[in-house]
Design a protein around this ligand. Structure first.
Ligand code: ADP
Length: 556
Protein backbone atom coordinates (compact mmCIF):
# COMPACT_ATOMS: atom_id res chain seq x y z
CA UNK A 1 0.00 0.00 0.00
CA UNK A 2 2.81 2.38 1.01
CA UNK A 3 4.58 1.61 -2.27
CA UNK A 4 1.45 2.33 -4.27
CA UNK A 5 0.78 5.61 -2.54
CA UNK A 6 4.44 6.56 -2.96
CA UNK A 7 4.40 5.75 -6.66
CA UNK A 8 1.15 7.65 -7.21
CA UNK A 9 2.43 10.67 -5.29
CA UNK A 10 5.79 10.73 -6.99
CA UNK A 11 4.17 10.35 -10.41
CA UNK A 12 1.90 13.30 -9.72
CA UNK A 13 4.71 15.43 -8.28
CA UNK A 14 7.14 14.72 -11.11
CA UNK A 15 4.47 15.21 -13.75
CA UNK A 16 3.38 18.53 -12.26
CA UNK A 17 6.98 19.57 -11.88
CA UNK A 18 7.94 18.73 -15.46
CA UNK A 19 4.81 20.25 -16.90
CA UNK A 20 5.33 23.47 -14.94
CA UNK A 21 8.96 23.52 -15.98
CA UNK A 22 8.07 23.07 -19.64
CA UNK A 23 5.38 25.73 -19.45
CA UNK A 24 7.54 28.28 -17.63
CA UNK A 25 10.54 27.62 -19.84
CA UNK A 26 8.41 27.96 -22.95
CA UNK A 27 6.79 31.19 -21.86
CA UNK A 28 10.03 32.78 -20.66
CA UNK A 29 11.91 31.67 -23.75
CA UNK A 30 9.31 33.30 -25.98
CA UNK A 31 9.40 36.43 -23.88
CA UNK A 32 13.20 36.81 -23.97
CA UNK A 33 13.29 36.01 -27.64
CA UNK A 34 10.89 38.88 -28.31
CA UNK A 35 13.00 41.20 -26.19
CA UNK A 36 16.11 40.17 -28.12
CA UNK A 37 14.33 40.70 -31.44
CA UNK A 38 13.23 44.18 -30.31
CA UNK A 39 16.81 44.99 -29.34
CA UNK A 40 18.03 43.81 -32.76
CA UNK A 41 15.46 46.09 -34.41
CA UNK A 42 16.59 49.10 -32.35
CA UNK A 43 20.28 48.35 -32.99
CA UNK A 44 19.55 47.98 -36.73
CA UNK A 45 17.96 51.46 -36.70
CA UNK A 46 21.14 52.93 -35.23
CA UNK A 47 23.48 51.07 -37.55
CA UNK A 48 21.31 51.96 -40.56
CA UNK A 49 21.50 55.63 -39.66
CA UNK A 50 25.28 55.32 -39.20
CA UNK A 51 25.71 53.67 -42.64
CA UNK A 52 23.47 56.27 -44.27
CA UNK A 53 25.70 59.01 -42.86
CA UNK A 54 29.21 57.48 -43.06
CA UNK A 55 28.91 54.44 -45.24
CA UNK A 56 31.47 51.71 -44.83
CA UNK A 57 33.59 53.88 -42.54
CA UNK A 58 30.90 53.80 -39.92
CA UNK A 59 30.86 50.06 -39.95
CA UNK A 60 34.59 49.70 -39.81
CA UNK A 61 34.79 52.04 -36.82
CA UNK A 62 31.92 50.40 -35.07
CA UNK A 63 32.90 48.42 -32.11
CA UNK A 64 29.98 46.05 -31.74
CA UNK A 65 30.59 42.62 -30.18
CA UNK A 66 27.16 41.63 -28.95
CA UNK A 67 25.71 41.05 -32.33
CA UNK A 68 26.90 40.15 -35.76
CA UNK A 69 26.37 42.81 -38.44
CA UNK A 70 26.28 41.89 -42.09
CA UNK A 71 25.79 44.38 -44.92
CA UNK A 72 24.61 42.84 -48.13
CA UNK A 73 24.40 44.39 -51.57
CA UNK A 74 21.17 44.30 -53.55
CA UNK A 75 22.51 41.33 -55.55
CA UNK A 76 23.24 39.35 -52.39
CA UNK A 77 27.01 39.98 -52.31
CA UNK A 78 28.24 40.46 -48.77
CA UNK A 79 29.73 43.93 -48.50
CA UNK A 80 30.69 43.80 -44.87
CA UNK A 81 30.60 41.38 -41.92
CA UNK A 82 31.97 42.25 -38.52
CA UNK A 83 32.80 38.60 -37.73
CA UNK A 84 34.03 37.15 -41.01
CA UNK A 85 35.92 38.30 -44.08
CA UNK A 86 33.20 39.55 -46.45
CA UNK A 87 35.18 38.68 -49.59
CA UNK A 88 35.27 35.04 -48.51
CA UNK A 89 31.57 34.82 -47.83
CA UNK A 90 29.09 33.36 -50.29
CA UNK A 91 26.18 35.21 -51.82
CA UNK A 92 23.43 35.80 -49.26
CA UNK A 93 20.46 36.56 -51.47
CA UNK A 94 18.89 33.19 -50.79
CA UNK A 95 18.97 33.54 -47.05
CA UNK A 96 15.47 33.53 -45.73
CA UNK A 97 15.60 36.81 -43.82
CA UNK A 98 17.52 38.49 -46.68
CA UNK A 99 14.91 37.38 -49.18
CA UNK A 100 12.13 38.80 -47.03
CA UNK A 101 14.02 42.06 -46.58
CA UNK A 102 14.64 42.40 -50.31
CA UNK A 103 10.95 42.05 -50.92
CA UNK A 104 10.47 45.16 -48.83
CA UNK A 105 9.52 44.00 -45.37
CA UNK A 106 11.70 43.26 -42.38
CA UNK A 107 12.93 39.68 -42.48
CA UNK A 108 13.44 37.41 -39.55
CA UNK A 109 14.63 33.88 -39.27
CA UNK A 110 16.05 31.43 -36.78
CA UNK A 111 18.70 28.88 -37.58
CA UNK A 112 20.34 26.23 -35.53
CA UNK A 113 23.98 26.85 -34.97
CA UNK A 114 26.63 24.26 -35.59
CA UNK A 115 26.35 23.33 -31.93
CA UNK A 116 23.03 22.00 -30.61
CA UNK A 117 23.21 24.26 -27.64
CA UNK A 118 22.82 27.47 -29.65
CA UNK A 119 20.74 28.94 -32.37
CA UNK A 120 20.94 32.24 -34.20
CA UNK A 121 18.29 34.87 -34.53
CA UNK A 122 18.44 36.98 -37.70
CA UNK A 123 16.90 40.36 -38.39
CA UNK A 124 17.31 41.92 -41.85
CA UNK A 125 15.99 45.17 -43.33
CA UNK A 126 16.29 46.80 -46.78
CA UNK A 127 17.83 50.19 -46.65
CA UNK A 128 16.94 53.09 -48.93
CA UNK A 129 19.74 52.27 -51.38
CA UNK A 130 18.29 48.74 -51.69
CA UNK A 131 21.16 47.20 -49.81
CA UNK A 132 20.22 44.95 -46.91
CA UNK A 133 21.45 45.34 -43.36
CA UNK A 134 21.29 42.15 -41.34
CA UNK A 135 21.86 41.78 -37.64
CA UNK A 136 22.04 38.47 -35.84
CA UNK A 137 22.51 37.32 -32.33
CA UNK A 138 23.10 33.89 -30.82
CA UNK A 139 20.82 32.60 -28.16
CA UNK A 140 20.86 29.45 -26.11
CA UNK A 141 18.46 26.65 -27.25
CA UNK A 142 15.67 25.52 -24.99
CA UNK A 143 17.41 22.19 -24.45
CA UNK A 144 20.56 24.02 -23.45
CA UNK A 145 18.61 26.10 -21.03
CA UNK A 146 17.00 23.02 -19.60
CA UNK A 147 20.36 21.33 -19.41
CA UNK A 148 21.57 24.23 -17.41
CA UNK A 149 18.78 23.69 -14.98
CA UNK A 150 19.42 19.95 -14.67
CA UNK A 151 21.06 20.02 -11.26
CA UNK A 152 18.33 22.14 -9.58
CA UNK A 153 15.71 19.96 -11.28
CA UNK A 154 17.40 16.83 -9.96
CA UNK A 155 17.60 18.36 -6.55
CA UNK A 156 13.91 19.25 -6.62
CA UNK A 157 13.05 15.75 -7.85
CA UNK A 158 15.09 14.18 -5.08
CA UNK A 159 13.40 16.39 -2.52
CA UNK A 160 10.03 15.49 -4.04
CA UNK A 161 10.87 11.78 -3.78
CA UNK A 162 11.88 12.06 -0.15
CA UNK A 163 8.84 14.15 0.69
CA UNK A 164 6.57 11.78 -1.23
CA UNK A 165 8.11 8.81 0.57
CA UNK A 166 7.56 10.32 3.99
CA UNK A 167 4.09 11.49 3.05
CA UNK A 168 3.16 8.13 1.52
CA UNK A 169 4.39 6.27 4.56
CA UNK A 170 2.40 8.46 6.89
CA UNK A 171 -0.73 8.47 4.76
CA UNK A 172 -0.64 4.73 4.17
CA UNK A 173 -0.05 4.17 7.86
CA UNK A 174 -3.07 6.29 8.61
CA UNK A 175 -5.14 4.34 6.08
CA UNK A 176 -3.87 0.88 6.93
CA UNK A 177 -3.59 1.17 10.70
CA UNK A 178 -7.35 1.13 11.42
CA UNK A 179 -7.68 -1.78 8.99
CA UNK A 180 -4.97 -3.86 10.64
CA UNK A 181 -6.41 -3.07 14.06
CA UNK A 182 -9.92 -3.87 12.84
CA UNK A 183 -12.00 -6.23 14.97
CA UNK A 184 -14.04 -7.88 12.25
CA UNK A 185 -16.51 -9.20 14.79
CA UNK A 186 -17.35 -5.74 16.11
CA UNK A 187 -16.46 -3.34 13.29
CA UNK A 188 -18.87 -0.66 14.55
CA UNK A 189 -16.77 -0.21 17.69
CA UNK A 190 -13.66 0.82 15.75
CA UNK A 191 -12.90 4.53 15.72
CA UNK A 192 -11.70 5.46 12.27
CA UNK A 193 -11.79 8.03 9.51
CA UNK A 194 -15.04 8.89 7.73
CA UNK A 195 -14.21 7.21 4.43
CA UNK A 196 -13.88 3.84 6.13
CA UNK A 197 -17.22 4.06 7.94
CA UNK A 198 -19.42 2.85 5.05
CA UNK A 199 -17.07 -0.11 4.63
CA UNK A 200 -17.27 -0.96 8.33
CA UNK A 201 -21.03 -0.56 8.31
CA UNK A 202 -21.17 -2.96 5.42
CA UNK A 203 -19.03 -5.49 7.26
CA UNK A 204 -21.28 -5.11 10.32
CA UNK A 205 -24.37 -5.66 8.15
CA UNK A 206 -22.77 -8.70 6.55
CA UNK A 207 -21.80 -10.02 9.98
CA UNK A 208 -25.41 -9.73 11.06
CA UNK A 209 -26.53 -11.48 7.89
CA UNK A 210 -23.98 -14.28 8.37
CA UNK A 211 -25.00 -14.69 12.03
CA UNK A 212 -28.63 -14.91 10.98
CA UNK A 213 -27.82 -17.50 8.32
CA UNK A 214 -25.64 -19.53 10.71
CA UNK A 215 -28.46 -19.49 13.29
CA UNK A 216 -30.93 -20.67 10.64
CA UNK A 217 -28.54 -23.40 9.48
CA UNK A 218 -27.91 -24.55 13.04
CA UNK A 219 -31.65 -24.67 13.67
CA UNK A 220 -32.21 -26.69 10.52
CA UNK A 221 -29.31 -28.96 11.41
CA UNK A 222 -30.72 -29.51 14.90
CA UNK A 223 -34.17 -30.23 13.50
CA UNK A 224 -32.65 -32.66 11.01
CA UNK A 225 -30.59 -34.38 13.73
CA UNK A 226 -33.58 -34.52 16.06
CA UNK A 227 -35.68 -36.17 13.38
CA UNK A 228 -33.02 -38.56 12.14
CA UNK A 229 -31.64 -39.50 15.57
CA UNK A 230 -35.10 -40.38 16.86
CA UNK A 231 -35.94 -42.39 13.79
CA UNK A 232 -36.03 -46.14 14.22
CA UNK A 233 -35.15 -46.39 10.53
CA UNK A 234 -31.51 -46.26 9.53
CA UNK A 235 -30.38 -43.37 7.34
CA UNK A 236 -27.31 -42.79 5.21
CA UNK A 237 -26.52 -39.83 2.97
CA UNK A 238 -23.60 -40.38 0.61
CA UNK A 239 -21.79 -38.31 -1.99
CA UNK A 240 -21.17 -39.34 -5.61
CA UNK A 241 -18.04 -41.26 -4.54
CA UNK A 242 -20.08 -43.47 -2.19
CA UNK A 243 -18.55 -41.70 0.80
CA UNK A 244 -20.82 -41.33 3.82
CA UNK A 245 -21.72 -37.71 4.51
CA UNK A 246 -24.37 -38.24 7.16
CA UNK A 247 -25.91 -41.12 9.12
CA UNK A 248 -28.06 -41.72 12.16
CA UNK A 249 -27.85 -43.79 15.34
CA UNK A 250 -30.22 -46.46 14.05
CA UNK A 251 -28.06 -47.01 10.95
CA UNK A 252 -25.04 -47.63 13.17
CA UNK A 253 -27.01 -50.06 15.34
CA UNK A 254 -28.55 -51.96 12.44
CA UNK A 255 -25.24 -52.54 10.69
CA UNK A 256 -23.18 -52.80 13.89
CA UNK A 257 -20.75 -50.11 12.70
CA UNK A 258 -17.88 -49.65 15.13
CA UNK A 259 -15.71 -46.92 13.59
CA UNK A 260 -16.81 -43.40 12.72
CA UNK A 261 -18.70 -43.85 9.43
CA UNK A 262 -18.22 -40.30 8.07
CA UNK A 263 -15.95 -40.48 5.03
CA UNK A 264 -16.16 -44.27 4.84
CA UNK A 265 -17.27 -46.02 1.68
CA UNK A 266 -20.93 -46.99 2.00
CA UNK A 267 -20.34 -50.37 0.39
CA UNK A 268 -17.98 -51.25 3.25
CA UNK A 269 -20.95 -51.04 5.64
CA UNK A 270 -22.51 -54.20 4.22
CA UNK A 271 -21.01 -56.54 1.66
CA UNK A 272 -24.22 -58.28 0.65
CA UNK A 273 -25.33 -58.31 -2.98
CA UNK A 274 -28.77 -56.87 -2.16
CA UNK A 275 -27.18 -53.87 -0.45
CA UNK A 276 -24.74 -53.26 -3.32
CA UNK A 277 -27.51 -53.59 -5.90
CA UNK A 278 -29.69 -51.08 -4.02
CA UNK A 279 -26.84 -48.55 -3.80
CA UNK A 280 -25.76 -49.08 -7.42
CA UNK A 281 -29.23 -48.60 -8.84
CA UNK A 282 -29.67 -45.42 -6.81
CA UNK A 283 -26.51 -44.13 -8.48
CA UNK A 284 -28.02 -45.03 -11.83
CA UNK A 285 -30.88 -42.69 -10.97
CA UNK A 286 -33.45 -45.38 -10.05
CA UNK A 287 -35.56 -45.55 -6.92
CA UNK A 288 -34.84 -49.01 -5.50
CA UNK A 289 -36.19 -51.25 -2.75
CA UNK A 290 -34.36 -54.38 -1.67
CA UNK A 291 -34.82 -56.72 1.27
CA UNK A 292 -31.87 -57.70 3.38
CA UNK A 293 -31.68 -60.22 6.23
CA UNK A 294 -29.33 -59.21 8.99
CA UNK A 295 -28.94 -60.93 12.38
CA UNK A 296 -32.24 -62.73 11.94
CA UNK A 297 -34.16 -59.56 11.11
CA UNK A 298 -35.52 -58.48 7.76
CA UNK A 299 -34.72 -54.95 6.55
CA UNK A 300 -35.99 -53.10 3.55
CA UNK A 301 -33.43 -50.85 1.88
CA UNK A 302 -34.93 -47.90 0.06
CA UNK A 303 -32.32 -46.15 -2.04
CA UNK A 304 -32.85 -42.88 -3.87
CA UNK A 305 -30.53 -40.77 -5.96
CA UNK A 306 -29.91 -37.11 -5.12
CA UNK A 307 -29.57 -34.65 -7.99
CA UNK A 308 -27.92 -31.27 -8.05
CA UNK A 309 -30.40 -28.41 -7.44
CA UNK A 310 -29.10 -26.76 -10.62
CA UNK A 311 -29.39 -29.72 -12.94
CA UNK A 312 -31.58 -32.76 -12.57
CA UNK A 313 -29.19 -34.67 -14.81
CA UNK A 314 -26.26 -34.23 -12.45
CA UNK A 315 -26.15 -36.89 -9.74
CA UNK A 316 -24.51 -35.64 -6.56
CA UNK A 317 -25.19 -38.54 -4.22
CA UNK A 318 -27.76 -40.90 -2.76
CA UNK A 319 -29.95 -41.37 0.30
CA UNK A 320 -30.50 -44.78 1.87
CA UNK A 321 -33.32 -45.56 4.26
CA UNK A 322 -33.19 -48.87 6.12
CA UNK A 323 -36.52 -50.08 7.52
CA UNK A 324 -37.00 -52.99 9.89
CA UNK A 325 -39.83 -54.98 8.29
CA UNK A 326 -39.41 -58.19 10.30
CA UNK A 327 -42.85 -57.90 11.95
CA UNK A 328 -44.51 -56.90 8.71
CA UNK A 329 -42.93 -59.84 6.92
CA UNK A 330 -43.95 -62.19 9.70
CA UNK A 331 -47.51 -60.93 9.63
CA UNK A 332 -47.55 -61.38 5.91
CA UNK A 333 -46.34 -64.93 6.34
CA UNK A 334 -48.95 -65.60 9.06
CA UNK A 335 -51.65 -64.22 6.84
CA UNK A 336 -50.61 -66.45 3.96
CA UNK A 337 -50.44 -69.51 6.19
CA UNK A 338 -53.73 -68.61 7.81
CA UNK A 339 -55.48 -68.36 4.45
CA UNK A 340 -54.06 -71.72 3.37
CA UNK A 341 -55.05 -73.31 6.71
CA UNK A 342 -58.53 -71.84 6.67
CA UNK A 343 -59.14 -73.19 3.18
CA UNK A 344 -57.92 -76.59 4.25
CA UNK A 345 -59.92 -76.64 7.51
CA UNK A 346 -63.10 -75.61 5.71
CA UNK A 347 -62.63 -78.08 2.92
CA UNK A 348 -62.48 -81.19 5.14
CA UNK A 349 -65.98 -80.96 6.75
CA UNK A 350 -67.48 -79.65 3.51
CA UNK A 351 -66.08 -82.62 1.55
CA UNK A 352 -67.53 -84.95 4.14
CA UNK A 353 -70.96 -83.21 4.04
CA UNK A 354 -70.96 -83.21 0.25
CA UNK A 355 -69.99 -86.91 0.13
CA UNK A 356 -72.78 -88.00 2.52
CA UNK A 357 -75.33 -85.85 0.67
CA UNK A 358 -74.32 -87.50 -2.60
CA UNK A 359 -74.80 -91.03 -1.33
CA UNK A 360 -78.21 -90.11 0.06
CA UNK A 361 -79.17 -88.48 -3.29
CA UNK A 362 -78.14 -91.60 -5.18
CA UNK A 363 -80.43 -93.66 -2.93
CA UNK A 364 -77.61 -95.92 -1.82
CA UNK A 365 -78.36 -95.34 1.89
CA UNK A 366 -80.94 -97.51 3.52
CA UNK A 367 -83.76 -95.59 5.19
CA UNK A 368 -82.79 -96.90 8.62
CA UNK A 369 -79.20 -95.48 8.16
CA UNK A 370 -80.38 -92.00 7.21
CA UNK A 371 -80.52 -90.68 10.85
CA UNK A 372 -76.89 -91.77 11.28
CA UNK A 373 -75.77 -89.92 8.12
CA UNK A 374 -77.92 -86.92 9.00
CA UNK A 375 -76.18 -86.90 12.40
CA UNK A 376 -72.80 -86.87 10.63
CA UNK A 377 -73.90 -83.97 8.44
CA UNK A 378 -75.06 -82.18 11.58
CA UNK A 379 -71.75 -82.77 13.37
CA UNK A 380 -69.71 -81.57 10.40
CA UNK A 381 -71.94 -78.52 10.01
CA UNK A 382 -71.50 -77.74 13.71
CA UNK A 383 -67.75 -78.05 13.26
CA UNK A 384 -67.98 -75.66 10.33
CA UNK A 385 -70.08 -73.21 12.32
CA UNK A 386 -67.65 -73.35 15.26
CA UNK A 387 -64.70 -72.99 12.93
CA UNK A 388 -66.20 -70.05 11.08
CA UNK A 389 -67.17 -68.49 14.39
CA UNK A 390 -63.59 -68.80 15.64
CA UNK A 391 -62.20 -67.42 12.37
CA UNK A 392 -64.51 -64.43 12.62
CA UNK A 393 -63.51 -63.78 16.25
CA UNK A 394 -59.83 -64.09 15.42
CA UNK A 395 -60.12 -61.84 12.37
CA UNK A 396 -61.89 -59.22 14.44
CA UNK A 397 -59.14 -59.35 17.06
CA UNK A 398 -56.53 -59.33 14.31
CA UNK A 399 -57.94 -56.31 12.55
CA UNK A 400 -58.70 -54.50 15.81
CA UNK A 401 -62.36 -54.62 14.87
CA UNK A 402 -63.62 -55.71 18.27
CA UNK A 403 -66.34 -53.36 19.45
CA UNK A 404 -64.22 -51.60 22.03
CA UNK A 405 -66.89 -51.02 24.62
CA UNK A 406 -64.72 -51.41 27.64
CA UNK A 407 -66.17 -51.79 31.09
CA UNK A 408 -65.20 -53.11 34.45
CA UNK A 409 -65.49 -56.89 34.18
CA UNK A 410 -65.42 -59.17 37.22
CA UNK A 411 -63.26 -62.14 36.24
CA UNK A 412 -64.65 -64.37 38.98
CA UNK A 413 -68.16 -63.70 37.77
CA UNK A 414 -67.17 -64.55 34.21
CA UNK A 415 -65.39 -67.71 35.36
CA UNK A 416 -68.48 -68.86 37.20
CA UNK A 417 -70.60 -68.25 34.08
CA UNK A 418 -68.18 -70.26 31.97
CA UNK A 419 -68.13 -73.11 34.49
CA UNK A 420 -71.91 -73.06 34.30
CA UNK A 421 -71.87 -73.19 30.48
CA UNK A 422 -69.38 -76.07 30.40
CA UNK A 423 -70.83 -78.05 33.28
CA UNK A 424 -72.70 -80.52 31.07
CA UNK A 425 -69.63 -81.16 28.83
CA UNK A 426 -67.49 -81.57 31.94
CA UNK A 427 -70.03 -83.98 33.42
CA UNK A 428 -70.10 -85.92 30.15
CA UNK A 429 -66.27 -86.19 30.21
CA UNK A 430 -66.27 -87.15 33.88
CA UNK A 431 -64.30 -84.04 34.82
CA UNK A 432 -65.00 -81.82 37.80
CA UNK A 433 -64.97 -78.10 37.03
CA UNK A 434 -64.93 -75.37 39.70
CA UNK A 435 -64.27 -71.63 39.89
CA UNK A 436 -63.14 -69.69 42.96
CA UNK A 437 -60.95 -66.93 44.29
CA UNK A 438 -61.47 -63.20 44.74
CA UNK A 439 -63.52 -60.67 42.78
CA UNK A 440 -60.85 -59.18 40.54
CA UNK A 441 -62.17 -56.59 38.12
CA UNK A 442 -60.49 -55.87 34.82
CA UNK A 443 -61.33 -52.86 32.67
CA UNK A 444 -61.87 -54.57 29.32
CA UNK A 445 -64.16 -56.00 26.66
CA UNK A 446 -66.54 -58.42 28.40
CA UNK A 447 -67.22 -60.57 25.33
CA UNK A 448 -63.51 -61.09 24.60
CA UNK A 449 -62.62 -61.81 28.24
CA UNK A 450 -65.47 -64.31 28.45
CA UNK A 451 -64.29 -65.99 25.24
CA UNK A 452 -60.74 -66.27 26.60
CA UNK A 453 -61.83 -67.92 29.88
CA UNK A 454 -64.22 -70.18 27.97
CA UNK A 455 -61.49 -71.39 25.59
CA UNK A 456 -59.06 -72.11 28.43
CA UNK A 457 -61.69 -74.00 30.44
CA UNK A 458 -62.97 -75.87 27.40
CA UNK A 459 -59.41 -77.03 26.57
CA UNK A 460 -58.84 -78.02 30.20
CA UNK A 461 -61.98 -80.17 30.02
CA UNK A 462 -61.35 -81.46 26.48
CA UNK A 463 -57.76 -82.52 27.04
CA UNK A 464 -58.49 -84.19 30.36
CA UNK A 465 -59.11 -87.69 31.55
CA UNK A 466 -62.00 -89.31 33.23
CA UNK A 467 -62.07 -88.35 36.89
CA UNK A 468 -59.89 -85.36 36.16
CA UNK A 469 -60.22 -81.91 37.73
CA UNK A 470 -60.32 -78.37 36.37
CA UNK A 471 -60.12 -75.35 38.66
CA UNK A 472 -60.42 -71.70 37.77
CA UNK A 473 -58.91 -69.32 40.28
CA UNK A 474 -58.94 -65.49 40.36
CA UNK A 475 -56.42 -63.64 42.52
CA UNK A 476 -55.86 -59.95 43.00
CA UNK A 477 -52.61 -58.44 44.16
CA UNK A 478 -51.40 -54.83 44.15
CA UNK A 479 -49.84 -55.14 40.73
CA UNK A 480 -52.01 -57.63 38.89
CA UNK A 481 -55.14 -59.70 38.68
CA UNK A 482 -54.32 -63.30 37.83
CA UNK A 483 -56.73 -65.83 36.41
CA UNK A 484 -55.42 -69.40 36.53
CA UNK A 485 -56.98 -72.37 34.77
CA UNK A 486 -55.47 -75.58 36.06
CA UNK A 487 -56.26 -79.09 34.96
CA UNK A 488 -55.09 -82.60 35.64
CA UNK A 489 -55.24 -83.52 31.95
CA UNK A 490 -52.89 -85.01 29.37
CA UNK A 491 -50.46 -82.07 29.46
CA UNK A 492 -48.50 -80.48 26.62
CA UNK A 493 -45.00 -81.67 25.71
CA UNK A 494 -42.30 -79.06 26.43
CA UNK A 495 -41.27 -78.83 22.76
CA UNK A 496 -44.84 -77.94 21.72
CA UNK A 497 -45.57 -75.43 24.46
CA UNK A 498 -44.31 -72.41 22.56
CA UNK A 499 -46.35 -73.30 19.49
CA UNK A 500 -49.80 -74.07 20.90
CA UNK A 501 -50.76 -70.39 20.64
CA UNK A 502 -50.18 -70.42 16.87
CA UNK A 503 -53.21 -70.59 14.63
CA UNK A 504 -54.35 -74.09 13.74
CA UNK A 505 -51.53 -75.63 15.74
CA UNK A 506 -52.55 -78.78 17.46
CA UNK A 507 -50.37 -81.21 19.40
CA UNK A 508 -52.46 -84.16 18.33
CA UNK A 509 -54.58 -83.26 15.34
CA UNK A 510 -56.87 -86.31 15.41
CA UNK A 511 -57.44 -85.96 19.15
CA UNK A 512 -58.24 -82.29 18.72
CA UNK A 513 -60.68 -83.08 15.93
CA UNK A 514 -62.25 -85.86 17.94
CA UNK A 515 -62.94 -83.48 20.80
CA UNK A 516 -64.24 -80.78 18.40
CA UNK A 517 -61.19 -78.48 18.41
CA UNK A 518 -60.55 -75.96 15.70
CA UNK A 519 -56.93 -75.16 16.55
CA UNK A 520 -57.85 -71.49 17.07
CA UNK A 521 -58.87 -71.47 20.74
CA UNK A 522 -55.48 -70.50 22.21
CA UNK A 523 -54.83 -68.04 19.35
CA UNK A 524 -57.97 -66.21 20.37
CA UNK A 525 -56.71 -66.26 24.00
CA UNK A 526 -53.35 -64.80 22.87
CA UNK A 527 -54.96 -61.98 20.89
CA UNK A 528 -57.46 -61.26 23.66
CA UNK A 529 -54.58 -61.04 26.16
CA UNK A 530 -52.74 -58.62 23.89
CA UNK A 531 -55.88 -56.47 23.65
CA UNK A 532 -55.92 -56.25 27.45
CA UNK A 533 -52.14 -55.95 27.83
CA UNK A 534 -52.19 -59.20 29.79
CA UNK A 535 -49.32 -61.67 30.00
CA UNK A 536 -49.78 -65.42 29.53
CA UNK A 537 -47.89 -68.07 31.46
CA UNK A 538 -48.04 -71.73 30.55
CA UNK A 539 -46.85 -74.57 32.77
CA UNK A 540 -47.50 -78.09 31.70
CA UNK A 541 -46.25 -81.60 32.30
CA UNK A 542 -47.24 -84.48 30.07
CA UNK A 543 -49.50 -86.84 31.97
CA UNK A 544 -49.80 -84.50 34.95
CA UNK A 545 -51.73 -81.53 33.72
CA UNK A 546 -51.59 -77.98 32.48
CA UNK A 547 -51.77 -74.60 34.14
CA UNK A 548 -52.35 -71.44 32.13
CA UNK A 549 -52.25 -68.02 33.80
CA UNK A 550 -53.61 -64.75 32.46
CA UNK A 551 -51.95 -61.87 34.28
CA UNK A 552 -53.74 -58.53 33.90
CA UNK A 553 -51.84 -55.47 35.05
CA UNK A 554 -53.67 -53.26 37.56
CA UNK A 555 -53.90 -49.67 36.40
CA UNK A 556 -53.25 -47.02 39.04
P1 ADP B 1 -58.05 -76.77 19.76
O1 ADP B 1 -59.24 -76.15 19.17
O2 ADP B 1 -57.44 -77.83 18.94
O3 ADP B 1 -58.22 -77.11 21.17
P2 ADP B 1 -56.37 -74.71 20.77
O4 ADP B 1 -55.74 -73.56 20.10
O5 ADP B 1 -57.34 -74.34 21.81
O6 ADP B 1 -56.96 -75.59 19.67
O7 ADP B 1 -55.23 -75.54 21.38
C1 ADP B 1 -54.16 -75.91 20.61
C2 ADP B 1 -53.60 -77.24 21.02
O8 ADP B 1 -53.00 -77.16 22.30
C3 ADP B 1 -54.65 -78.27 21.18
O9 ADP B 1 -54.91 -78.91 19.98
C4 ADP B 1 -54.04 -79.20 22.19
O10 ADP B 1 -53.27 -80.13 21.57
C5 ADP B 1 -53.20 -78.34 23.05
N1 ADP B 1 -53.85 -77.94 24.32
C6 ADP B 1 -54.51 -76.81 24.59
N2 ADP B 1 -54.92 -76.75 25.85
C7 ADP B 1 -54.54 -77.90 26.44
C8 ADP B 1 -54.68 -78.46 27.73
N3 ADP B 1 -55.28 -77.83 28.71
N4 ADP B 1 -54.13 -79.67 27.96
C9 ADP B 1 -53.47 -80.34 27.00
N5 ADP B 1 -53.31 -79.86 25.72
C10 ADP B 1 -53.86 -78.67 25.45
Amino acid sequence: MTKRIFLSTITVVVSVLLLSLALITGVLYEHFQKIQMDQLEVTEEFVEQGITLDGMDYLKNLNENDCRITWIAADGTVLYDNRFDASQMENHKNREEVKQAMEGSAGTSFRQSTTVSERTMYYAKRMQDHTVLRLSVSQSSVLFLLGGMLSPICFILLAACILSGVLSYRVSKKIVHPLSELDLKHPEQVETYDELSPFLQRIAAQNREIEHRVRELKKQQQEFSMITENMSEGLFVVDRNYQILSYNKSAVQIFGIENEPIGQNLLAVNRSQAFREAVDSAFQGRHTQKNLTLNGRVYQIIANSVCSPDSEQELVGAVLLVLDITEKEEQERYRREFTANVSHELKTPLTSISGIAEIIRNGIVRPEDIPHFAGKIYDESQRLITLIGDIIKLSQLDEDQVPLERESVDLLEISRDVVQQLSSVAKKNGVSLVAGGTHGSVYGVRQVLSEMVYNLCENAVKYNQKGGRVSVDVKQSDAAITLTVKDTGIGIPKAEQSRVFERFYRVDKSHSKAVGGTGLGLSIVKHGAALHHAAIELNSEVGEGTEIKLIFPVKR
